[in-house]
Design a protein around this ligand. Structure first.
Ligand code: NAD
Length: 312
């Protein structure tokens, strides 16, 4: 396999790059380093500094490097940035994605994996249910709308040009290497702030002082293992990648403070505009292929230790 990973210097992409090199594959990265970092990639990958909006450059890379498989992870990945700048989001996440799809179709790529969002595409999920893949997407943000649009294009490219794909709808991914300085990625933010003895903000679900929103947290190494099967075409179509379990923000904070043995100084705030109250995804479909999910406690422990170590 000659695997090209767009966004390969980012949080999830860099785990894929390192693991696939360890499995003995040729791996190249396309990244504009807007949020990704070179140091995230710890193995010898071929690195192309390029923007997926630059169609000509992307086509040249495909023509010269000749990937057989493509993992498309490059994206404007922030919901709140998409709310502030919907056009920028659309140009990267829709037009940029079309550049990748066109390059795949033009240069005979065998299989493409697309990183979509399960955490945002279904909109608000009633607390007693879990969103499954056959639910009609109800995007509540430009980011989710762009991902849903890209998914529709994938289906069209599959029918029109025979482009083979797997769409992975990730829940809330957490783990080592996640950026702690964004507005999302609460596990990374809490780890960083607790280690530095800084107060942590807990946004309410409904009312200041409550336990916060409920999310379905999935460990990045499990995501990578699911991806490793998807890229080898073990399954095609659209899959949630999630544990199917809901955890409140306060529970996340408690587990991290236990793992780091630090007492948090909590700054309780009201609900953050645009945040979904609850998002839990049904994982029955993917569980036929992968069912060895890391427990949240173990994943948090490994993540907290990584953040501690990276501060030494
Ligand atoms: P990330 O920001 O760490 O990674 C995105 C990477 O894409 C970065 O390396 C960035 O530099 C690069 N990039 C951004 N715009 C680019 C452009 N125009 N051209 C080339 N490279 C560009 O984010 P992540 O959390 O690793 O997310 C990876 C993918 O998974 C994204 O597509 C994201 O939407 C999706 N996703 C992530 C989560 C999550 O919980 N982290 C959940 C659902 C979906």
């Amino acid at each position: 396999m000659r695997l090209l990973v767009t966004g390969g210097a980012g949080f999830i992409g860099s785990h894929i790059v390192d693991a696939e090199i360890d499995r003995g594959n040729e791996v190249a990265v396309v990244d504009n380093f807007s949020s990704g970092k070179r140091k995230n990639i710890q193995r010898e990958a071929e690195i192309f500094e390029a923007d997926i909006r630059d169609r000509e450059k992307i086509f040249k890379i495909f023509e010269n490097w000749k990937p057989t498989h493509v993992s498309h992870h490059a994206a404007q990945a922030s919901v709140s940035v998409s709310v502030q700048h919907p056009q920028t989001d659309a140009v990267i996440n829709i037009i940029g994605t079309l550049n990748i799809l066109d390059a795949c179709a033009n240069f005979g790529v065998e299989h493409l994996v697309f990183a979509s969002t399960g955490g945002a595409i279904y909109g608000e999920v009633p607390e007693t249910s879990k969103a499954s893949e056959d639910w009609t997407p109800k995007p509540q943000s430009p980011y989710a709308a762009a991902k849903a649009t890209a998914e529709m294009y994938l289906e069209i490219y599959n029918k029109s040009y025979g482009l083979s794909y797997t769409t992975l709808r990730y829940a809330n991914v957490y783990g080592p290497k996640q950026d702690p300085y964004g507005e999302a990625g609460v596990v990374a933010i809490f780890c960083e702030r607790l280690i530095k003895d800084l107060p942590v903000i807990l946004y309410a679900r409904q009312k200041k002082g409550d336990n916060g929103c409920i999310r379905d947290y999935v460990f990045v190494k499990d995501v990578e293992l699911v991806h490793s099967m998807a890229i080898r075409k073990k399954f095609t179509g659209t899959y949630n990648v999630s544990t199917g379990k809901g955890t409140s923000t306060l529970q996340v904070l408690q587990l991290i403070s236990e793992a780091l043995d630090k007492k948090p100084n909590i700054d309780f705030q009201g609900p953050r505009p645009g945040d979904l109250e609850v998002s839990i995804l049904d994982n029955a479909k993917i569980s036929k292929y992968f069912n060895n999910w890391t427990s949240f406690k173990d994943g948090i422990k490994e993540t907290a230790e990584w953040f501690l170590f990276s501060h030494k």
